[in-house]
Design a protein around this ligand. Structure first.
Ligand SMILES: C[S@@+](CC[C@H](N)C(=O)[O-])C[C@H]1O[C@@H](n2cnc3c(N)ncnc32)[C@H](O)[C@@H]1O
Length: 248
């Protein structure tokens, strides 16, 4: 089997979106979302009432955000939004691309969480941060994080896990690989062994992620016009930089 290094099938957000709900359930997001809320409240110059979540996926962060904010979620995948709408009936969901979406509303806070890794060029990062800035009220706060960076990336980024829901069991293997350290992307290969009613299926998926230095992140956030604060953040046992940025 041959796989092209730049392929980006992202089946996990399309025909395999149901698999995402099982391998990455909402319960796994509650603690980190509470911390994001705490950090936004510490740094924000205003009382946060409304939040825009760009790349909201299945709405697992929104499940906790909606307890304290009025939430709007944006995602490029209708399949993911189907699950988000089912989970969070109180949240408004809009299908769109965070690199260029333009809503009429302005918000007190914008979150761009585990979706930002899909920005693969500096222009894409810049355009996404511009989208955030354009949707913020003055003094509003953007929260985002750099999950993989040029400084921290290693080829030991492999993992496997087992998940069960009802009669379905999914074993998931993940492998990240940087086949060209000179460019700004890495490949992520996913293998799923799916068992149900004594039947076994194997599904393969490939994603391509952006990989930039922390200095590049800071420069682009500053170029967008944000005042930036960087906090060391422990996300699922990895220390990563959390950016809490204020719109001037
Ligand atoms: C890891 S998932 C997010 C999961 C989410 N935190 C949750 O609670 O389920 C990443 C999401 O980013 C979305 N995404 C990737 N590129 C995007 C873009 N350009 N605009 C909007 N959404 C995007 C994908 O469709 C996917 O739903």
């Amino acid at each position: 089997m041959e796989i092209n290094k730049d392929a980006d099938s992202r089946r996990l957000f399309k025909d395999l979106a149901w698999v995402w709900q099982i391998i990455s359930p909402k319960e796994g997001y509650e603690k980190e979302t509470e911390l994001f809320i705490k950090m936004m409240n510490i740094y924000s110059k205003k009382n946060i009432q409304t939040l825009l979540n760009l790349g909201c996926g299945g709405g697992h962060h929104d499940y906790t955000f909606k307890k304290v904010f009025k939430v709007t979620g944006v995602d490029i995948s209708e399949e993911m939004l189907y699950f988000a709408r089912k989970l969070n009936k109180e949240v408004r969901y809009v299908n769109g691309d965070m690199r260029n979406i333009s809503l009429i509303d302005k918000f007190d806070a914008v979150a761009i969480l585990d979706s930002i890794v899909y920005m693969k060029t500096e222009d894409e990062l810049l355009n996404t941060f511009k989208t955030a800035a354009e949707h913020l009220n003055p003094g509003g706060v953007l929260i985002t994080f750099c999950k993989i960076s040029k400084e921290s990336f290693t080829h030991e980024c492999n993992s496997n896990s087992v998940h069960k829901k009802g009669s379905v069991e999914i074993v998931s293997f993940k492998n990240f690989y940087d086949s060209d350290p000179k460019d700004n992307s890495v490949e992520g290969l996913y293998f799923f062994i799916i068992r149900e009613n004594k039947k076994v299926k194997i599904e393969i998926d490939q994603h391509s992620f952006g990989l930039f230095s922390i200095e590049t992140w800071k420069r682009i956030l500053k170029d967008t016009g944000f005042e930036i604060n960087v906090v060391d953040f422990n996300l699922r046992e990895h220390n990563i930089p959390l950016f809490i940025c204020i719109k001037k």
